[in-house]
Design a protein. Sequence first.
Length: 343
Amino acid sequence: MIYSILLILVLWLQEDATKEILLKITSMEDLRLSVPEMITSKSDMRQWSRVQKSLGKIVALVPTMGFLHDGHLSLIREAKAHASTVVVSIYINPSQFARNEDLSTYPSNLEVDLQKLTAIGGVSAVFCPENIYETASGETKDGRSEERGDLVSCLEEDGGSGHETWVQVERLSKGLCGKSRLVFFRGVTTVVTKLFNVVEPDVAIFGKKDYQQWKVITRMVRDLDFPIKIIGSDIVREADGLAMSSRNVRLTPQEREKALSINQSLSQAKCAAEDGQHSCKKLIGLVVEKIIEAGGEVDYVEVVDQDYLEVVEKIAKKPVVMCLAAWFGTVRLIDNMEIHIPQ
Ligand SMILES: *[C@@H]1O[C@H](CO)[C@@H](O)[C@H](O)[C@H]1NC(C)=O
């Protein structure tokens, strides 16, 4: 009886149907294989990574602060193109927020992040350190009870917790975003150094939306001889031109509409430059005017050279990048556009 049912089934399964079922089975296999391993301890992470490397794998790290969007997913695709093993770290780094900044409102949703990473496939591990700072607990020398785990307090009163070492890229950290966010890059470079030391990647991917961050990290790796290749990945924009950012969800619909002036003005400035307007002052004026007209508040708009981020007055042979930070309501957005006029 069972055999005859099976026989009927086999006859009934046309070639296409069989293929379809086989396809389904393989994609289920893929799905199972693509659930990334969740790692929370530093020593487990380092050991895991060393095992991968001993198997001859090239390990890529994509450092993130979570709340993943398509911009992050494109960093992961870039990582896959350069490595056989991809590690995504998710860590909201308190040391890159100043006291008055949006640390407490920075969006996060680990569960959804893990679903996205599973869906995209090819991510081998997710490193989610609870706090990658070792903090001294118990009593300090002067008898104070020491329980502070947060780095922000350590920032305010240096030496107040178990962490007192900083990595700082001197010159590149000062301009652009470094002007209004004094502690920002010191926090980034210190935590990225720690991530590099824990994960020991061969390659690390950074988004060019954070252009200065990408350059600062590249410089740090060069200056401190990290055996890591840094890759900058292109900005990913929403269909309407807004650069993808985890902070975008905090914009009201009206603010979001106003924020479109960022891409529009930068694109227009780029076109103007290509059409022969080589005065950076004029180009900056054009952008500032558009942003203000739209109802935004400009933090800075600057044209700098792509390598050293030095201010440029006139666009010539050297490739430059126009960088911008502006407030829309309570949200500070950054964006940039590379401009290269071949002469
Ligand atoms: C950015 O703005 C420019 C100028 O308005 C526009 O042509 C372009 O399509 C926008 N980008 C996107 C991705 O919408």
